[in-house]
Design a protein around this ligand. Structure first.
Ligand code: ACO
Length: 430
């Protein structure tokens, strides 16, 4: 069935907008001609109600708490796939068969090494540098070794860019960590799987190989998959925005990392642990006082790991992680008092009218930090782990945007509220 155009009554005229049909989810209406035909612009801070593209990568039903990657339920994908398999799915649209997966894994593992000159790049940063700053800088730095300053256009170049980023990011992340603790960098080893290799570079030393615990590999694999894509979130919209100027994939992804680092987005996973730790350590920061501060309109403070632009129900990723956290802790024989605090905080928030009325539920960041901690990662690496996970999603969107004939440079409008034209006043007369 084709919907009738949407009619917007502007008083003196009617604007007629064609309806855009999704395969599932919200319909849209096309306002591209609104300003040229009527002089009006639509006002939508934060793009809360604006579709910036048609996309076939990921679908979210926020009210039902449903998340699909290329049509597959996140719960299925997380319990059955490897992270590289999911990367292939996001990038190329379908799950790889056994031969395709083997080729992809080999291809990625053969590109995990950094150019040796990148060592001096890491050496140049101070030890206290936040690994997210190093990660984003290194993403640019890697591009200098390939002379990719513009958008690649040939399919082969695009594939090579995607593979380079996905293959090298764990090496960059592990080296940023090694630098921060003053240990020598550990080189990748192609004997290992993607996740094993990352753990090896993080926790082994040149003098001593740390055995890799299959339980940790499995847990990290699930975590990376849960973070792999989330349609038009802030960092992905940033990647698309930067890429829309025909900037390179590397420049676009580095910009996405900057967006992800913010505490309202991927930086929330670090902030959640800091909040839970404060409740644990500080007698004045109780669960009650934390909830009260989060509700106080005069306080900027928010309950980190709670709330979401799209979900008005439990985030399905958080649902997986809530039970997975206990599982991982049990399997590793770890008792973490922060998990109990997180559970109590969640129960107190869900029972509170403020959170119920606003439909605020735990999001992916609420429990992920507890698991990252249990796996041995320091807090400052949490958003880096999120970045490694989100990388295939960013690239899939960058590629989709580049192939989309409807793409235009991202350039929003404004409602101007400043001074109208006024005469210049010489400095001696001001
Ligand atoms: N704590 C307290 N109040 C909150 C929270 C929170 N975590 N989240 C939203 N609210 C309140 C707002 O104050 C607002 O109240 P009001 O209607 O009385 O003004 C209402 O809920 C709606 O919130 P908005 O900020 O308008 O929602 P928006 O969609 O713009 O923001 C966001 C979503 C940024 C995720 C927000 O919920 C938040 O700041 N959460 C905490 C940070 C966080 O966990 N971020 C990670 C998100 S998941 C991810 O990016 C990977």
């Amino acid at each position: 069935m084709v919907d009738q155009p949407v009619r917007i009554d502007l008083g003196s005229e009617i604007f007629s907008a064609d309806v855009l049909q999704p395969s599932v989810g919200n319909r849209g209406f096309d306002v591209r001609k609104l300003r040229p035909e009527t002089g009006y612009v639509s006002f939508d801070p934060g793009f809360a109600n604006t579709a910036i593209a048609r996309s076939a990568v990921t679908y979210i039903d926020g009210a039902a708490g449903q998340l699909l990657y290329r049509g597959y339920a996140i719960e299925d994908i997380a319990s059955n796939c490897s992270f590289l398999e999911v990367s292939f799915l996001l990038l190329y649209g379908s799950l790889p068969n056994a031969g395709e997966l083997l080729l992809w894994e080999n291809d990625v593992s053969r590109h995990t090494m950094l150019n040796e000159e990148m060592r001096s790049f890491f050496d140049a940063f101070p030890r206290r540098a936040h690994p997210m700053a190093v990660l984003a800088s290194a993403t640019y730095a890697i591009s200098t070794f390939y002379d990719v300053y513009r958008r690649p256009t040939r399919e082969q170049e695009i594939d090579a860019g995607a593979r380079t980023l996905i293959a090298k990011m764990p090496t960059v992340a592990a080296w940023a960590y090694k630098k921060s603790i003053g240990e020598p960098y550990v080189y990748p080893n192609n004997e290992f799987s993607y996740v094993e290799n990352f753990l090896h570079m993080m926790f082994s030393r040149p003098t001593e190989i740390t055995p890799i615990d299959p339980a940790i590999v499995k847990a990290l694999n699930v975590l990376l998959i849960l973070h792999a894509d989330h349609e038009m979130n802030c960092s992905t919209a940033t990647v698309r925005s930067v890429g829309s100027s025909r900037a390179s994939m590397f420049a676009s992804v580095a910009a996405g990392m900057g967006a992800l680092w913010g505490p309202l987005h991927g930086g929330a996973n670090q902030a959640v642990i800091e909040q839970l730790q404060a409740i644990h350590d500080d007698p004045d920061a109780t669960i009650e006082s934390t909830i009260a501060r989060a509700k106080d309109r005069n306080d900027e403070f928010r309950l980190m790991g709670f709330g979401h632009r799209v979900y008005t129900n439990y985030d399905p990723r958080a649902k997986v992680l809530a039970s997975f956290a206990q599982d991982v802790l049990d399997r590793m024989s770890i008792e973490d008092p922060l998990l109990d605090i997180a559970r109590d905080l969640e129960a107190a928030a869900l029972a509170d009218d403020y959170f119920a009325e606003r439909k605020l539920f735990p999001n992916v960041d609420f429990y992920s930090g507890i698991i990252f901690r249990a796996l041995g990662f320091p807090q400052r690496m949490f958003t880096v782990l999120f970045s490694i996970g989100r990388l295939p999603g960013w690239i899939a969107h960058w590629v989709e945007m580049n192939n989309d004939p409807e793409t235009r440079i991202m350039r929003p409008r404004q409602i101007y509220t400043g001074e109208t034209e006024r005469a210049y006043v010489p400095i001696e007369d001001r």
